[in-house]
Design a protein around this ligand. Structure first.
Ligand code: HEM
Length: 322
């Protein structure tokens, strides 16, 4: 066999690579000789993936419910990958900032659009039955959703609305965590105590989420934005992607999600209790919690009207024009 220049160059490069780590190139070439070629099904772990849906009942629509939650968590994972990469940038460039925030927006837009799979894609009677077998589990316990919030904004913006003014960006993460908004969405309607959904979540995740809060003090997306130069901070495209992000995570996704709760749990007389046992009608609509990540980019009216229908439409129009 003739050794072409291209092959010779690759061998040189490989030899240098393995020499640098004290390894023998010939042994690694032997490895190549014996290794199987990769198949699609092995590479994406198809068999494992398809074995991860374990319904608790015989109702086929439970599989729709499980798969859609899994799809959502995978998109959350992709979004978090971008938040992490942004947080690590010492000197973010305008283009990397826009590109990565746009990726996050794209993932959320896919989720917002596809939420109809939940809202319209399951039989209501089947849903009301199989949901009883998963008590007290709730999407409320999605840690990745909470991580996205912590990676987005200064921790103080996640404090419950009524307690927010007692803290500022310098306050202790641990103290603010005690007043984090989601604890107020998980109070048992009858006893006023924390729901089991919440206590289980706290046991598993509190320590990690507080540590993440510390880590994100200087790395959350708002802080990354503040690392841009003043002219980049006021750039129309930069502001647009960040505002879109705030709307996607804090208004459009919660509204799409809320629609599914209304479809399955709302009744004319009295609402069906949520699996987490919360007063979801007073908790889920974005206008009540008023979670806003980047309040510096919104005016007073927009903040005042947060999550209310006509403003959303107006904002959509505004963003189109930017
Ligand atoms: C038919 C579909 C769904 C219904 C009826 C529903 C219902 C609810 C309800 C009632 C709550 C309030 C907490 C509770 O009492 O459990 C909640 C919270 C939550 N759910 Fe869902 N959900 C659905 C689908 C999903 C999906 C697909 C996800 C994706 C992971 C999800 C993620 C969440 C999150 C993150 C929260 C907490 C929201 C917050 O704290 O503002 N849910 N859900």
């Amino acid at each position: 066999m003739e050794i072409s220049q291209a092959l010779h160059d690759r061998l040189e490069l490989l030899s240098a690579k393995y020499q640098a780590i004290g390894q023998d190139l010939i042994s690694y070439l032997d490895g190549l000789l014996y290794a199987d070629v990769t198949t699609y099904w092995d590479y994406i772990e198809l068999d494992t993936l398809l074995s991860l849906q374990k319904p608790k009942t015989k109702y086929p629509d439970e599989v729709v419910f499980i798969v859609y939650h899994q799809i959502t968590e995978l998109y959350f994972k992709l979004a978090l990958q971008e938040f992490k990469a942004l947080g690590e940038l010492q000197r973010p460039s305008k283009s990397s900032f826009i590109d990565r925030v746009t990726r996050i927006n794209r993932y959320f837009e896919a989720l917002i659009k596809s939420f109809s799979i939940m809202v319209d894609g399951m039989d209501r009677d089947e849903f009301l039955k199989f949901r009883m077998s998963l008590l007290p589990a709730s999407g409320f316990q999605s840690a990745q959703y909470r991580e996205i919030e912590i990676y987005s904004t200064d921790f103080v913006n996640l404090v419950a609305r009524d307690a927010r003014s007692s803290f500022d960006v310098e306050s202790s993460i641990e103290e603010m965590y005690q007043q984090i908004y989601w604890k107020y969405g998980a109070t048992d309607l009858d006893s006023g105590n924390k729901t089991l959904t919440l206590t289980q979540f706290e046991e598993k995740y509190d320590k990690d989420l507080i540590a993440l809060g510390e880590y994100c003090k200087s790395r959350n997306l708002w802080q990354v934005y503040l690392k841009l130069s003043p002219s980049e901070q006021s750039d129309a495209e930069v502001k647009k992607v960040l505002r879109m992000n705030d709307l996607n995570v804090n208004v459009y996704w919660p509204l799409a999600h809320y629609k599914s709760a209304v479809r399955y749990l709302a009744r004319k007389d009295v609402d069906v209790a949520a699996t987490g046992g919360t007063n979801w009608q007073q908790y889920l609509p974005p206008k009540f919690q008023k979670r806003i990540f980047y309040s510096g980019l919104w005016n007073e009216v927009e903040i005042d009207q947060w999550g209310k229908g006509w403003v959303e439409d107006q904002i959509k129009e505004i963003l189109k024009g930017v």
